[in-house]
Design a binder for this molecule. Structure first.
Ligand SMILES: NC(=O)c1ccc[n+]([C@@H]2O[C@H](COP(=O)([O-])OP(=O)(O)OC[C@H]3O[C@@H](n4cnc5c(N)ncnc54)[C@H](O)[C@@H]3O)[C@@H](O)[C@H]2O)c1
Length: 320
């Protein structure tokens, strides 16, 4: 059994709390947020002790794992502090805003002999894994082109409006676009070339990018629009023998013989569940948590989220 603390109980944390509650090898013993009102619900759900100060929590609790759901600009600082106290750390994406943030995190993990993983959830999201499987097995032949999209209204929920502040969030590249290019890099490696255009005005931020590989290309668009635009994540990949499309939470395969089918990917562990941000319900968050716990308990490297691939992703994001 591992004892877990969660740091930062804002928007995304509800998906993590649900994931931890469904992980039988773990119990959430502490939750910490500088806003006490954020702690009421997670304390009711988990029975954890509530803290409003990180140092007090670390002094009073013996945590095996710290799960960091803080604003992006605080990830590296708190991940390093926790690892220097001997905790394994699971941290929400992104690793940080600079390569130096990432390097410091992995150096702290090595220095302290602990596990560290960035929660890049699409690497654990059943429909994205189904696409990865079709690519790897060549079921529909070679990839000819791909398109990935991630759209929403300008985030209005974030604490202190940190999300709208470029210096603290990195805006759309580090909030939305990162998901798709992290998945792209995990399946296809680093692209040969990157071309992009950005449209930003009064809080709106849209990125359109073209990533070229040998023999195919992938376009991605990610945006915060200045209206109540419903969150939508999708992809469409063209293969020699068909098209694979994920939209509205459903994965379709259209084959060259005119047939089409809906794929319901096997859920790795447990049931899909809802989260606090109106994102599609998925077992992705639970899968990443269970994988991290498995790596900690079995002392296995967190090889599904390799440091080198995170570096590639960060260096692309910094060009956009
Ligand atoms: N994987 C995903 O699908 C996904 C979705 C949304 C957000 N995220 C990531 O999760 C992170 C958090 O995003 P969010 O939307 O939950 O933000 P949020 O602003 O809603 O939540 C952050 C919380 O941290 C608390 N906080 C701030 N400073 C603190 C400190 N020093 N000590 C303790 N608590 C502190 C705030 O009070 C707030 O409750 C971001 O890095 C974001 O990129 C990931």
């Amino acid at each position: 059994m591992v004892n877990v603390g969660i740091l930062g109980l804002g928007g995304i944390s509800q998906a993590h709390v649900s994931g931890w509650l469904n992980t039988k090898e773990a119990r959430v013993v502490a939750v910490c947020d500088i806003r006490p009102q954020q702690l009421t619900r997670p304390v009711e759900q988990t029975g954890a002790t509530a803290y409003t100060d990180f140092d007090t929590m670390m002094a009073k609790e013996k945590l095996d794992i710290l799960d960091i759901c803080l604003p992006t600009y605080l990830h590296s600082e708190y991940a390093v502090k926790a690892m220097d106290k001997g905790c394994h750390v699971l941290c929400e994406k992104p690793a940080g805003l600079t390569l130096s943030d990432l390097t410091q995190e992995y150096e702290a993990a090595r220095r302290n002999g602990v596990h560290f993983m960035i929660a890049q959830v699409l690497r654990f999201w059943p429909e994205y894994l189904a696409l990865k499987d079709i690519v790897a097995k060549g079921t529909l032949g070679r990839v000819l082109s791909g398109h990935m999209s991630r759209l929403s209204g300008i985030p209005v929920w974030s604490w202190d409006n940190w999300m709208k502040d470029k210096g603290r969030s990195g805006l759309v590249p580090f909030d939305l676009h990162i998901h798709d290019i992290d998945f792209m890099v995990s399946v296809f490696g680093a692209p040969k070339t990157v071309k992009s255009r950005r449209a930003s005005s009064q809080g709106q931020d849209a990125v359109h990018a073209l990533y070229e590989y040998d023999g195919f290309f992938i376009t991605c668009d990610s945006a915060w629009y200045n209206c109540d635009y419903p969150f939508a994540a999708s992809f469409r990949f063209q293969f020699e023998k068909g098209v694979v499309e994920y939209a509205g939470g459903t994965l379709h395969v259209y084959e060259e013989d005119g047939t089409s089918r809906v794929i319901t990917p096997g859920i790795e562990n447990g049931e899909a569940h809802k989260n606090g941000l109106g994102l599609p319900s998925s077992s992705g968050y639970e899968n990443e948590i269970k994988y991290f716990v498995h790596c900690v308990l079995e002392n296995q490297p967190t090889s599904r989220v390799p440091e080198e691939e995170l570096k590639t992703v960060l260096s692309i994001l910094r060009q956009l």
